[in-house]
Design a protein around this ligand. Structure first.
Ligand SMILES: C[S@@+](CC[C@H](N)C(=O)[O-])C[C@H]1O[C@@H](n2cnc3c(N)ncnc32)[C@H](O)[C@@H]1O
Length: 235
């Protein structure tokens, strides 16, 4: 637990170190299912909004999917890791999306935006990494406009024992090996299974969202519960 806490304190540099391998490893390690999870989560945004905040935007795959599905006119993407943002910026330039996606380096636990700024907020595979989850959720609540929606996509732990067996084997034995081989960073890909197993999911996560002030909290599991989409509103 102590190790996990230390890693979360240096999370920006952990992602800086693996940034150039992040996309390809994501797709290899998830057997490309991550793309399906992102598509599904974006579909949960029911209407097109004017200005959306994508928290922990990383290399921008989620933000780009939001634009593809025409769910936001304009997106501000924030992340702690500058190297992740640089890769995201290249994709934005290549796809001529500069007018629609703007990136800035920010810490979600102390955002610099005014209260009630955004018409929707999204966060894919980010909350698990926050060094202070309640501060991160409080900040997202603060900058979201009333009558607006938040969508969070995050790994979870499957309930079924047989699925759990295969999941544990894959996450603790196979995934760190591939991760280390490709990225040469042993630490980062040991961190992934550790951070997933020690993170809350389902009802417990909804409780945290409610503590931050969100209402109408719901969740939907994907792929045997390996991943979960959370949705809620600021009334
Ligand atoms: C697993 S990546 C997810 C990236 C992207 N959303 C995606 O779907 O691939 C997690 C990201 O969260 C960022 N992150 C972690 N803690 C953060 C914080 N407190 N504020 C902003 N970004 C943070 C990391 O730098 C990293 O880029």
């Amino acid at each position: 637990m102590e190790k996990l806490k230390q890693k979360k304190e240096n999370i920006g540099s952990l992602f800086d170190n693996i940034a150039k391998y992040y996309d390809s490893l994501n797709h290899i390690l998830s057997l490309n299912i991550d793309k399906y999870w992102r598509r599904k989560a974006v579909k949960m945004l029911d209407k097109k909004v004017l200005h959306l905040l994508d928290v922990a935007t990383g290399t921008c795959d989620f933000a780009i999917e939001i634009i593809k599905q025409e769910k936001a006119e304009k997106i501000t993407g924030i992340d702690l890791s500058n190297n992740m943002l640089e890769i995201g910026q290249k994709k934005i330039n290549q796809q001529w999306l500069n007018e629609r996606i703007h990136l800035q380096q920010e810490d979600c636990t102390q955002l610099t935006f005014e209260d009630n700024t955004f018409d929707a907020i999204t966060c894919a595979f980010g909350v698990r990494n926050f060094n202070n989850l309640s501060k991160g959720l409080n900040e997202m609540f603060r900058v979201l406009k009333p009558k607006s929606k938040i969508i969070i996509l995050e790994f979870s732990y499957p309930k079924n024992k047989v699925v759990r067996y295969f999941y544990d084997f894959y996450f603790t034995k196979i995934l760190p090996l591939i991760g280390k081989f490709v990225s040469k960073d042993k630490q980062a890909y040991n961190y992934l299974p550790m951070s997933v197993k020690n993170f809350i999911w389902g009802e417990k996560f909804l409780e945290q969202m409610e503590k931050a002030g969100f209402k109408n909290t719901k969740y939907k599991t994907l792929t045997f519960g390996i991943c979960t989409i959370y949705s809620a509103e600021k009334l």
